[in-house]
Design a protein around this ligand. Structure first.
Ligand code: ZN
Length: 123
């Protein structure tokens, strides 16, 4: 399984965001530095809802450090939806899904082909 590295502070912040937005989804783009995800950019005007197709409606900022996305699922299912998989394949990179109840154990990382990746938390 491929590994994806994320800074602990960022992971904790993402979990907080997921809890704050609940029962809605939140979504953002992930910025990478030296092979580690360090920062999230939250969409200014996302279309929150039960379908993750809203990613398609975003204007992606031109930023080469953006290497992935994150979004929350308001239910306990951490698996990508059809819309998620379609989006992952178009975007490339790495994609995090944070499922309810938004703890470290409810985070899953996926590659653009839908395969799971191991999430490695870096202090
Ligand atoms: Zn989703």
């Amino acid at each position: 399984m491929e590994s994806v590295r994320i800074r602990r502070e960022l992971l904790e912040y993402l979990l907080e965001l997921a809890r704050e937005f609940y029962p809605n989804e939140f979504a953002g783009f992930l910025r990478e530095k030296d092979g580690v995800f360090e920062e999230v950019l939250i969409a200014p005007n996302p279309h929150f809802g039960r379908s993750s197709a809203f990613f398609d409606t975003w204007m992606l900022p031109y930023d080469e450090s953006i290497k992935g996305t994150v979004h929350s699922h308001p239910g306990p299912n951490p698996w990508p939806s059809e819309a998620d998989l379609h989006f992952f394949s178009k975007f490339g990179g790495v994609h995090l899904i944070i499922a309810y109840p938004f703890t470290e154990n409810s985070v899953r990382a996926y590659l653009s082909n839908g395969e799971r990746a191991r999430l490695e938390v870096v202090d």
